[in-house]
Write a protein that binds this ligand. Structure first.
Ligand code: ATP
Ligand code: MG
Length: 174
C-alpha cells in the first residue's frame, strides 16, 4: 500500500474497497491455504472517506487473520469479511478468522503501538488501523469468537467529517 501524507476524502464504496483488497491478498491467502468469503451487503450507501486508508485497514485486518491461521488445521482456515449497515446508519465491517485466538487478557492491549507476538511483526497494524478509523469518526474493536479465532470490527459513518492528519507515523512505509 502506498503511503500518502494527505488523506483524500471522496465518495467511495466500502464493498469495492473490500473486494480490491481481497483480490490483492488472493495469492497470499491461497498460499496459506485460507478460503476467503466475502459477505457484502448489497445495499450499502456510498460514504465519504479516504479509499486508500480504508483499504489499508482492511488489509491489516485480513493479514492478521491469515497470520493467525498459519498453524491451525487446514480445514478450519477460513476468513470471512462482512459488511453491513448498522441500525444507527453506520457501516460496519467485520473480519472473522478461525485462528489461534487472543493471547492476552484484554483485547485493548493489541492496539498498543509496537505490541506484537510475531517474530517479524512491527506491532503497528492495529494501532495504525484504529487511528485511521477514529480519524474518520468510527470505532474499532476485537472480540473472541464463540468457538475459534477472533473477529475484528470497525465502523465508518456515512460522512466522516474532516480528516485532518496523517495517521501513519513518519518513516513507516507499508
Ligand atoms: N486475528 C488475530 N488473531 C489473534 N491475534 C491477533 C489477531 N490480530 C492481531 N492479533 C494480535 O495482536 C498483535 C498486534 O497486531 P498488529 O496487527 O498491531 O501487529 P502485528 O500483526 O504483530 O505486526 P504488523 O505491524 O506487521 O501488523 C499481534 O501480534 C497478535 O498477537
Ligand atoms: Mg498485523
Amino acid at each position: 500500500m502506498i503511503k500518502r501524507s494527505q488523506p483524500v476524502r471522496a465518495v467511495m464504496s466500502v464493498n469495492d474497497a473490500v473486494r480490491e483488497v481481497s483480490e490483492l491478498l488472493d495469492s497470499e491467502a491461497r498460499q496459506s491455504g485460507v478460503k476467503t468469503d466475502l459477505v457484502l451487503s448489497p445495499d450499502l450507501p456510498a460514504i465519504l472517506a479516504d479509499f486508500l486508508q480504508v483499504q489499508q485497514v482492511v488489509l491489516n485486518l485480513m493479514r492478521n487473520g491469515l497470520e493467525a491461521m498459519k498453524d491451525i488445521l487446514p480445514d478450519r482456515r477460513r476468513l470471512t469479511i462482512t459488511t453491513a449497515r448498522s441500525p444507527a446508519g453506520e457501516i460496519e465491517i467485520a473480519v472473522a478468522d478461525f485462528g489461534h485466538g487472543l493471547s492476552v487478557a484484554s483485547a485493548e492491549q493489541l492496539f498498543e503501538p509496537f505490541f506484537t507476538t510475531k517474530t517479524n511483526g512491527l506491532g503497528l497494524g492495529l494501532s495504525i488501523s484504529r487511528t485511521i478509523v477514529e480519524a474518520h469518526g468510527g470505532r474499532m474493536w476485537m472480540t473472541s469468537n464463540a468457538t475459534h479465532g477472533v473477529t475484528a470490527r470497525f465502523t465508518l459513518p456515512q460522512d466522516s467529517g474532516k480528516v485532518s492528519y496523517d495517521p501513519v507515523p513518519d518513516g513507516i512505509h507499508r
